[in-house]
Design a protein around this ligand. Structure first.
Ligand SMILES: Cc1cc2nc3c(=O)[nH]c(=O)nc-3n(C[C@H](O)[C@H](O)[C@H](O)COP(=O)(O)OP(=O)(O)OC[C@H]3O[C@@H](n4cnc5c(N)ncnc54)[C@H](O)[C@@H]3O)c2cc1C
Ligand code: SF4
Length: 472
């Protein structure tokens, strides 16, 4: 373990953010890393519990106490090797994972969990800086060819694992660049995109071939991949946004979050926004409907664009400030979460339903809302209006896009409209077609996508070779 008495002697200390007044002037990351000494101190707090609950909290089962110990002992290169044995992209999770591991940490019983995510990020950032992270091309080729559709974290993790197992892997992506929601959803201020480019270069050196602007089922029939490859893995995400079909929905100025956020990410990386009318928050009263990650990213982006005001509406009641540990630990608790974007200036309101949009000259001007009671029923007499020039719908995603690839392949779907496949073998209802990530599990997290990509890769390898040494 780290230091035997570390958790008694050393207080929890985490990375801080640059002041809001500074960071809203740009789109760069603003997290200030801990010094090497402070990171070592934080690793020293790990108690190496007999039952490491953090393992079960982490979807990729990172061996957290092991690398805490290695960091404490100054063995950073070994820590990086250990971390990469379970997680292909710790620099992504070290920045954007909500860290369920920390909720599960035994020290969270006292609200002072080990700063696991910060240590993970420090290990991988140092690994890149020192040149320890290199391409790992396979020693021998199998002669098998695999098509992966979609280059989000699920597709990337699967492709990397399969290429390292010696297969010829081709990734087909409809966008101009790889990364899925890591690139076009998550704003640069949470994760800069050169981190993805660096991994893509590593994967190309390992033999993965990327085909961009290939919209499978639209620009190229999906059946062509089935005919030409030994296995096809679908990792196209869950891209159907949940709509709010109420009066006034068709007014100008009411948009899906995922029509707004990718435009800004493309502006930052100087990629063209093809034919799309610019959606900008500058000088506008913005209302974000939906209280999750996507809503939070809309706030941070609107503030940086110079919005006059930002209001976020959530239909669910305000969660408690603090969870009841006895009831929730080591599971992920429901509690009020305040993101860096919330701190930058947004008014939040809970238990509110929007019943109508109204406007003038075809443009939205107002939301008509009502408060909801504990049974989610409208409270009589609680109706109120909010003025708005831009409304962003961030209410989650219902399922993958069915038109095109999925309809063409006629794969079985689960009750929620995702591609039906289990987590033992990730096989779809069609021979040699597999599915993983949000396309299989529905909208989720980067860390779950990485887990599913890794596990699906093992299953594809087993299917092609009869056995596999890839980890699950
Ligand atoms: C705005 C936003 C912010 C988020 N923030 C966080 C966060 O902070 N932390 C976190 O853990 N999670 C976050 N998430 C969720 C996370 O990004 C997703 O769960 C994760 O990216 C899913 O990975 P995936 O590989 O399954 O799919 P995706 O990342 O959606 O990638 C799917 C890829 O497939 C491509 N594709 C789809 N269909 C086709 C086709 N027919 N042909 C070719 N290509 C195709 C798409 O273009 C896309 O590149 C966020 C999501 C959003 C929308
Ligand atoms: S991937 Fe997420 S859950 Fe796992 S150790 Fe990192 S921050 Fe924790």
């Amino acid at each position: 373990m780290g230091k035997v008495t570390g958790f008694l002697e050393i207080d929890r200390r985490d990375r801080r953010y640059a002041p809001a007044s500074d960071r809203i002037r740009h789109y760069r990351e603003f997290m200030i890393p801990l010094s090497e000494e402070s990171t070592r101190d934080q690793a020293a707090r790990c108690m190496n519990c007999g039952i490491p609950y953090c393992h079960t909290g982490c979807p990729v089962n990172n061996q957290i106490p092991d690398w805490n110990d290695l960091v404490y002992n100054g063995e950073w290169a070994e820590a990086s090797r250990n971390l990469h044995s379970t997680n292909n992209f710790p620099e992504f999770t070290g920045r954007v994972c909500p860290a369920p591991c920390e909720a599960s940490c035994t020290l969270n019983l006292e609200d002072t969990p080990v700063t696991i995510k910060t240590i993970e990020c420090a290990i991988v950032d140092r690994g890149w800086k020192e040149g320890w992270i290199k391409p790992q091309p396979p020693a021998a080729k199998t002669g098998k060819r695999i098509a992966v559709v979609g280059s989000g974290p699920a597709g990337l993790a699967a492709a990397q694992q399969l290429a390292r197992a010696g297969h010829e892997v081709h990734v087909f992506e409809k966008n101009r660049k790889a990364g899925g929601l890591l690139r076009y959803g998550i704003p640069d201020f949470k994760m800069e995109k050169h981190l993805i480019d660096r991994r893509i270069a590593q994967m190309e050196a390992e033999g993965v071939v990327f085909h961009y602007e290939e919209h499978i089922g639209v620009t190229r029939p999906a059946q062509e991949l089935v005919d030409q490859y030994d296995a096809v893995l679908l990792s196209g995400g869950s891209e159907m946004s949940r709509d709010l079909p109420i009066e006034g929905r068709d007014l100008n100025g009411v948009h899906f979050a995922m029509d707004f956020l990718p435009q800004q990410n493309r502006r930052v990386s100087e990629e063209q926004n093809d034919n799309a009318t610019p959606i900008l928050a500058g000088g506008k009263r913005v209302v974000v409907i939906g209280g999750g990650d996507t809503g939070s990213d809309c706030i941070g982006t609107s503030v940086r664009q110079g919005a006059l005001s930002v209001v976020q509406l959530e239909i669910m009641p305000r969660p408690p400030e603090k969870e009841n540990k006895a009831l929730t630990w080591p599971n992920w608790p429901l509690k009020l979460r305040t993101s860096s974007s919330h701190e930058e200036g947004a008014d939040r309101d809970f238990a509110v339903a929007t019943v109508k949009f109204s406007g003038a000259n075809g443009r939205v001007k107002r939301l008509h809302c009502v408060r909801l009671d504990a049974k989610m029923q409208p409270v009589p007499g609680s109706e109120f209006d909010i003025n708005a020039d831009l409304v962003l719908l961030a209410m989650g995603f219902v399922h993958p896009v069915h038109e095109g690839m999925l309809d063409e392949l006629a794969l079985a779907r689960d009750a929620r409209g995702n591609v039906s496949a289990n987590t033992r073998d990730y096989k779809s209802s069609a021979e040699k077609i597999f599915a993983c990530g949000d396309m299989r599990r529905g909208q989720s997290l980067v860390v779950w996508a990485i887990r599913e990509g890794r596990q699906a890769a093992r299953s594809v390898d087993e299917f092609l070779m009869g056995s596999s040494v890839l980890p699950r």
